[in-house]
Design a binder for this molecule. Structure first.
Ligand code: DAH
Length: 344
């Protein structure tokens, strides 16, 4: 049994406050101070402790006992002598107040702020683009023409609104990459963008939810190469996961980057040795690559002069990969269960 004296004190005081008649008061007395009451149980349970601990705990419990007895006898005489309701109020005023609970930021907000802070040190500017966007920015401008099979991967939600002849349908933004061309059209070069936003896809299981967050980096300047991309990824990974985490770029194909990569990091649970979760020691984080010339053109940028890199990862995913945070079901992050959230 864990002896939490403060908790017991708070509980006893609260219940006493709610007990306004004799019968309730005596039930309160037996529960907390009676022969089989909680305070006696506490006293009995410390017999196994070391003599010093026993002495200290004993003192605390006895103090609690005498405080509660005093509160009880005050309450008893008050209830016996009540003539007017206002007297009860007077008595309640003398009881210790109820401490308001102090909340904290949601785990995902904490992660977003941390990611933002890491990139701010490299001069990235935080932006946000619409959570409901045109098909054009989500796919077409990213080198995925209408009906291209690559689009299937994005499990898109379509919004029931009229189609625009040039921009196409309206979609729930399926990835933060939709901000790439918007940024190119808006910002002046060079670009160092960090777009963190909510996205939506038709999917739900241990690793997927219909609404989630991504962060997207985009850098465009003269002479940008893969080594810049690797340097930035290394900075993020070392700051977010720790210096011991290694990473690798694995060839992949995204339509909007060429070459494209998937980025893997060594597993946070086993340190890269290989375990039940990661199997081979590596876990996949997300995509990256060098911006495709067609995407630069869609943004009005000359690919002969400028080049750039981009990467887009899930906020929840990097959070879950972090060692020490053992969350094995992404849905936990969205259930708003206080018992879960209070741990962080
Ligand atoms: N948008 C991609 C997705 O949601 C991830 C991605 C891959 C973003 C490569 C990038 C990139 O910027 O270069 O799966």
């Amino acid at each position: 049994m864990k002896l939490d004296i403060d908790k017991l004190r708070a509980e006893a005081e609260k219940e006493l406050r709610d007990a306004g008649v004799h019968e309730k008061l005596s039930a309160w007395y037996s529960k907390f101070l009676g022969k089989k009451g909680i305070v006696r149980n506490f006293l009995a349970s410390i017999s196994d402790l070391s003599p010093e601990e026993k002495k200290e705990m004993g003192k605390k419990i006895n103090l609690l006992k005498s405080d509660l007895e005093k509160l009880y006898s005050d309450a008893f005489s008050l209830v016996s002598s009540i003539k007017k309701d206002s007297q009860i109020t007077e008595f309640y005023k003398t009881l210790p107040g109820k401490r308001p609970e102090v909340g904290h930021l949601h785990l995902i907000t904490q992660a977003i702020r941390e990611i933002d802070a890491v990139f701010a040190r490299l001069g990235f500017v935080r932006v946000r683009y619409p959570e409901v966007d045109w098909d054009y920015f989500a796919f077409e401008a990213l080198n995925m023409p209408k009906a291209h099979p690559a689009r299937d991967e994005w499990e898109t939600f379509f919004v029931d609104l009229p189609e625009d002849p040039k921009m196409g349908k309206v979609v729930v933004t399926p990835h933060t990459s939709s901000g790439q061309v918007r940024e190119m059209l808006k910002a002046e070069l060079p670009i160092r963008m960090l777009n963190i936003s909510r996205c939506g896809r038709r999917q739900i299981d241990l690793n997927h939810v219909p609404t989630f967050y991504q962060f997207e980096g985009l850098v465009i300047d003269r002479g940008i190469s893969i080594s810049h991309l690797k340097g930035v990824l290394e900075y993020l990974i070392h700051n977010f996961f720790g210096k011991d985490t290694k990473f690798r770029l694995r060839p992949y194909d995204f339509r909007f980057t060429e070459p494209s990569f998937e980025v893997d990091v060594t597993c946070g649970l086993c340190g890269g040795k290989g375990c039940r979760f990661c199997k081979g020691g590596w876990v996949e984080l997300g995509g990256a690559g060098m911006v495709h010339p067609n995407v630069l053109k869609a943004g009005g940028i000359d690919p002969e002069v400028y080049s750039g890199f981009a990467f887009g990862w899930g906020v929840e995913r990097v959070l879950m990969m972090r060692s020490g945070i053992k969350i094995d079901d992404i849905r936990l992050l969205f259930e708003n269960n206080m018992k879960f959230l209070e741990q962080f």
